[in-house]
Design a protein around this ligand. Structure first.
Ligand SMILES: [Zn+2]
Length: 64
């Protein structure tokens, strides 16, 4: 599973399934190309591109 890396402190973390669903839903309307979240370690804002989110999503759940 791919994670997200904070550009400030280098901390690697992954989104929970629920966070991932929220993120993809937020980007689904096409207004934004990146989802932003806080690094759990330093609270720096980390941008995650939509294609990265899609790669994190488990396979076999592409319905809908
Ligand atoms: Zn950080």
């Amino acid at each position: 599973m791919r994670g997200v890396r904070c550009q400030r402190c280098g901390h690697m973390f992954s989104l929970s399934r629920a966070q991932l669903e929220i993120a993809l839903e937020e980007l689904a309307n096409g207004e934004k190309s990146h989802y932003t979240l806080e690094c759990p370690r330093c609270r720096h804002i980390v941008k995650v591109a939509r294609h990265s989110l899609e790669r994190m999503r488990p396979r076999g759940e592409e319905r809908g």
